[in-house]
Write a protein that binds this ligand. Structure first.
Ligand SMILES: *[C@@H]1O[C@H](CO)[C@@H](O)[C@H](O)[C@H]1NC(C)=O
Ligand SMILES: *[C@@H]1O[C@H](CO)[C@@H](O)[C@H](O)[C@H]1NC(C)=O
Ligand SMILES: *[C@@H]1O[C@H](CO)[C@@H](O)[C@H](O)[C@H]1NC(C)=O
Ligand SMILES: [Zn+2]
Length: 981
């Protein structure tokens, strides 16, 4: 250890001596040669934040019997190799791993690394907490996880630590919203390596592997240079110089084995092949792969030689120039080369790696983990807002919140929220997310103790309300206070459900007024869950009206003053002789549902002045070699939709009407409509799914209408803009769908899928990411749950066959239906989507009769225009709050809105406010982004072009007029502010 100290010290002095010439960013890129093919050699390591091993197992190099991988050693050895030769470069991608490593380093080592960063030798790219998935993630969580990662880099390294390009080399398909987020962060471009094989083939021929992505239909300047790597991100064939590989090293001594000539010949031949497919005289050759560089000397020693001998040939006329580089430096050269590129407007889903392999199973895999991640985001937003309002500042409160932010960053990883990790890794994600959620719940509690009149309130959260379990009310709800928190900007009216026994209760609000309530029975199938250990068989339901915080008081009463009774109607028993072709009608003042007495299925919906025959049921795919990644039908006939035999019972309250339906031993649901709510809710319960020895089962919910959608449907991109899909079509190529016609038409549904004709529009919204499609006109299907018996061969090495509580996994969730006239605005869908994503969070306390006034009030955002979403409000630095506002309506639904944020600024005791890029870390006034020339957009200039902010960044202080705090938002625009207080 002592010796290492001396070595480091010497290295440090050597670095010190050079510091005068320190430059980072584009200025630190190596010179290129204009008359040659410049080969940008990019050393990198792809380090999954959990996959076959857990996050910590990967970091520490634990359980190397599963996979040999230790990220701490990768960073250790890369740093020592970078010190040895100032020409060498490395890119660090996953900030979660880097920050963990950084925390363990000495001051001396940190100073060394800082120098490497300041000189552009170690460059951060992407820089988010993890390399997030792009199909199953919600934009709010992607923005959050970039904010966390880029903030760490900014706090630690300043401007030299700021990534300039996106690096999404492994995710299984690419979303337009991800590109939009990069553009809004001021990134100059992004690179990735997975694309449908036919798309890639065509792009190879057309020199279209690089393009300009027009990443928003609503916003004009949201364009991003996007490049596909020539081969996969793994090593150049034959040139993997890693300890994990067995390609030949470069032997340049007097040895009989000297292979310099053949190795250089081989490399140049490959470079020529690559160069033929790109538009400039620059090519990028990644040198790395999963968890490579654990003994970086092997890699760098050989790359040094490769560079030396390739360049040596220039003296004998070779036109190949090779340099150590990074994606950032490659992009800089491309930008300087001033070329024109084709446009891209939709996205890269689904990803088909061959005609039998569409990676569409992972849109649904591990449905309960996908939902749990949403719970994590929900409490994260609640805890952030409450921390900011209550000015929570203890070390523990800050740590708890930061931990939750970080774990949510981990959950976005492309083997976490995707469900493509091994079972023990999934269990570990559950463990850390559960821990982090508890911290978030505690933070929220501390905030509420300051912000409500219950300074000693318990404010317990119940994480199993989805199966009607809450420890706080298991023995009764007498004298219980339910405090609800609304994370949205605008006052909301939502139904609150509290698990109780069959007792009489009365609910009153903050002002002592009685609030109408009723008791509804918990479905038999939920009561029958073996792991449900409480005997509360009912739910007390009432409607809460909440600006930001409201409390409701529950007490036990005599039957006469209690909640209204619920009427029970059972389906008439039918048999072959007494054929019953009748109907059962269930309605609220907004919605009418009609069920078929005989089949037991929903058959018609009437709402918003529209009536449509909609049959809703469940379908089963029987699949042979589907896996965690791929949804793969064996035989197209192996799909059945249940057409009858459904038993149902109707429960009619004054507020809420429910139809409890039982489809089979393992599928049941509640169809629910509630007074004043403009949607129909379907709460499904699926599992344990039976499988055969050789066949798995994949369960979909399916809505069949007579809407003449003509093969067209719409799906959301990460919960934001909608993308038009056309069955059997792609934007840029002809897909091969003969083998997998359904899977090849599946798309990720993160919040919504819709279809319409000239008269009617049907939209289905969900509560977690799922795969979905429209295989027949008027029909929408969403995959809810999958139980499989085989691995699909893409690395995870396990069948997706989840068990919980000693039996195959049972999942529960909700989808929502909105039927409307086609010429009506889809704004109602947007508003519902926000409510489903961030509903009221419920906190439970004992009613202590306390009347202490709250220590601090909470501001109202109600006068913000209706289409403004409070996307983020959180503590940023000790004296800074981050505020993000979004106009969540698109260019068809919404309009430009203006409002003033001075009242919020004052509430937060603001002294100064500045506007930043989307991630919060770069002053918007400093943003200077590469602009590339699009083919067909007029004459190309000769000089490189740039974008700066398209609006004047807001910047003001407390002495200035309120007018300086005016904010204008175009449809879909997000603006980010840092308020110093
Ligand atoms: C259909 O079922 C409802 C109860 O769910 C019942 O009131 C009605 O009479 C039935 N219709 C016929 C024709 O049997
Ligand atoms: C590409 O997009 C630009 C606008 O960004 C437009 O001017 C141009 O015509 C488009 N090119 C083609 C070939 O459609
Ligand atoms: C506030 O802003 C105004 C206008 O830019 C400037 O003149 C003034 O010095 C600022 N005050 C403080 C305290 O920064
Ligand atoms: Zn990966």
């Amino acid at each position: 250890m002592k010796l290492l100290g001396i070595v480091l010290c010497v290295a440090f002095l050597a670095l010190q001596a050079k510091s005068a010439q320190a430059v980072c960013g584009y200025e630190s890129c190596h010179e290129t040669k204009s008359n040659m093919v410049n080969i940008h050699l990019v050393p990198h390591s792809h380090d999954d934040v959990g996959w076959l091993k857990t996050v910590d197992q990967y970091y520490y190099g634990h359980r190397n019997n599963i996979q040999h991988a230790g990220v701490q050693y990768i960073i250790d050895t890369v740093i020592s190799e970078l010190i040895k030769n100032p020409d060498r470069r490395f890119i660090q991608v996953e900030t979660s791993f880097f920050s963990k490593w950084w925390d363990e380093q000495s001051e001396t080592m940190r100073a060394i690394v800082k120098k490497l960063v300041d000189e552009g030798r170690l460059q951060f790219i992407n820089g988010a907490w993890s390399m997030n998935d792009e199909a199953a993630v919600n934009y709010q969580s992607v923005i959050d996880q970039f904010t966390v990662g880029l903030k760490f880099l900014d706090d630690t390294f300043g401007v030299c630590g700021r990534p300039r390009v996106g690096w999404q080399i492994d995710p299984f398909g690419h979303s337009r919203e991800q590109a939009s987020i990069y553009a809004q962060m001021g990134f100059d471009g992004e690179f990735f390596s997975r694309m449908d094989h036919n798309d890639k083939g065509r792009r190879m021929n057309d020199l279209a592997l690089e393009m300009i992505w027009d990443a928003s239909e609503s916003m004009s300047q949201v364009k991003l240079f996007t490049g596909l790597l020539y081969t996969f991100y793994w090593d150049t064939p034959g040139f993997c110089f890693d300890v994990h590989c067995s390609d030949d090293p470069i032997i340049d001594s007097d040895s009989y084995d000297n292979n310099v000539k053949s190795r250089v010949d081989g490399f140049i031949a490959y470079a020529a092949e690559v160069a033929a497919k790109f538009r400039t005289n620059h090519i990028m050759i990644p040198m790395g792969g999963d968890f490579q560089y654990e003994d970086a000397e092997v890699n760098y020693k050989n790359m040094d030689k490769l560079i030396k001998y390739v360049n040596e040939r220039q003296s004998s006329g070779s036109k190949y120039n090779i340099i150590y580089s990074t994606p950032t430096c490659y992009l800089n050269s491309v930008h300087k080369s001033v070329q024109s590129y084709p446009n891209k407007t939709l996205d890269f889903f689904p990803y088909g790696s061959d005609t039998n392999s569409f990676w569409t199973g992972y849109y649904t895999s591990r449905p309960t983990q996908k939902r749990f991640e949403r719970d994590g985001n929900h409490i994260l937003q609640v805890a952030k807002q409450l921390s900011a309002f209550a000015e929570l500042s203890s070390a523990e409160q800050k740590e708890d919140l930061e931990y939750l932010r970080e774990i949510m960053g981990v959950m976005q990883h492309h083997d976490a929220i995707t469900g493509t990790e091994k079972q023990h890794v999934s269990d570990d994600y559950d463990r850390i997310l559960y821990d982090a959620i508890l911290g978030g719940v505690n933070t929220a509690r501390d905030g509420l103790r300051k912000l409500t009149n219950l300074p000693n309130g318990e404010f317990e959260s119940c994480l199993q309300l989805n199966i009607s379990q809450c420890a706080f009310t298991k023995d009764g709800a007498d004298n219980v206070v339910v405090t609800v928190y609304n994370p949205l900007a605008h006052t909301t009216k939502q139904y609150v459900r509290v698990p109780v026994k069959n007792e009489n209760y009365q609910v009153t609000d903050d002002k002592g007024r009685v609030v109408a309530s009723e008791l509804l029975p918990v479905p038999t199938e939920v009561l029958a869950l073996e792991f449900r250990d409480q005997d509360t068989q009912h739910e007390l339901v009432f409607k809460a009206t909440v600006d930001k915080i409201a409390s409701y008081y529950i007490k036990k009463v005599d039957s006469k003053e209690s909640s209204t009774a619920v009427r029970i109607i059972s389906q008439p028993k039918t048999n072959a002789e007494t054929y019953d072709d009748g109907e059962t009608t269930v309605q609220t003042s907004l919605i009418k549902l009609v069920l078929d007495n005989k089949t037991g299925l929903l058959k018609r919906v009437e709402m918003n002045g529209v009536s449509e025959n909609i049959e809703q049921s469940y379908g089963l795919y029987r699949t042979y070699d589907s896996g965690a990644y791929v949804f793969r039908q064996y035989n197209q006939g192996d799909f059945v939709i249940q057409e009858d035999g459904v038993e149902f019972t109707v429960y009619e309250g004054a507020l809420v009407k429910e139809v409890h339906q039982r489809f089979s031993d393992y599928i049941s649901q509640v169809i629910r409509i509630s007074e004043d709510k403009p949607y129909v809710e379907f709460e499904w319960l699926v599992g344990p799914i039976p499988v055969e020895e050789d066949f798995g089962t994949e369960v979909v919910t399916i809505f069949s209408s007579e809407i003449a959608s003509e093969g067209v449907f719409y799906t959301d991109s990460n919960g934001r803009e909608l993308i038009r899909r056309e069955k059997n079509q792609r934007e840029d190529f002809t897909p091969e769908l003969a083998v997998q016609p359904t899977s090849g038409n599946y798309y990720p549904i993160t919040s919504r899928i819709a279809l319409q004709d000239s008269k009617k529009r049907l939209a289905i919204l969900n509560d977690r990411a799922q795969g979905g499609s429209s295989m027949k006109d008027g029909q929408i299907e969403l995959m809810l749950h999958r139980r499989l018996v085989r691995d699909d061969g893409y690395g995870v090495g396990e069948a997706l066959n989840e068990e919980k509580y000693g039996q195959p996994l049972i999942a529960r969730g909700k989808v929502f239906l909105i039927l409307n006239a086609a010429d009506e605005s889809t704004a109602a869908e947007r508003e519902a989507e926000k409510e489903f994503h961030l509903p009221l969070w419920k906190f439970f306390s004992k009613n202590s009769g306390s009347t202490t006034a709250a220590a601090k009030s909470v501001p109202s955002f109600d006068d913000f225009p209706k289409s403004v979403h409070l996307l983020t409000l959180e503590p940023f630095n000790d004296d800074e709050i981050l505020l993000r506002v979004e106009n969540f309506k698109d260019h068809i639904e919404g309009k430009v809105v203006s409002f003033n944020i001075r009242p919020i600024f004052d509430y937060l005791n603001g002294v100064e406010i500045r506007e930043t890029t989307l991630d919060g870390n770069l002053p918007l006034s400093d943003m200077k982004q590469f602009k590339f020339h699009a083919e067909g957009s007029g004459v190309r200039g000769s000089e490189p072009e740039y974008y700066t902010s398209s609006h004047k960044p807001l910047s003001a202080n407390q002495t200035q007029d309120a007018a300086e705090f005016a904010v204008t938002l175009y449809p879909m625009q997000i603006r980010t502010f840092i308020i110093k207080h």
